[in-house]
Design a protein around this ligand. Structure first.
Ligand SMILES: [Zn+2]
Length: 69
């Protein structure tokens, strides 16, 4: 449920920090845009949740910082 629909546009939104990608006309394009941006979709407590790169890095602990991510 993390692709928001605003008047015919679909906007991928991170469920953790609220970061948004560019709006797309088509739901499938919005899904593809998430993939291109490296976002992850996962199911938590029966709800789909989208997680942007930044939040994935935070969740993957500080060790990723050492790799320059
Ligand atoms: Zn995020």
């Amino acid at each position: 449920m993390s692709i928001e629909k605003f008047g015919g546009f679909y906007t991928p939104t991170c469920d953790i920090c609220g970061e948004e990608l560019d709006a797309e006309f088509d739901f499938c394009d919005a899904v593809a845009a998430k993939k291109d941006a490296g976002w992850k979709s996962r199911k938590t407590a029966g709800e789909w949740e989208d997680v942007c790169c930044d939040c994935q890095a935070l969740e993957n602990d500080v060790s990723t910082e050492a790799e320059g991510l």
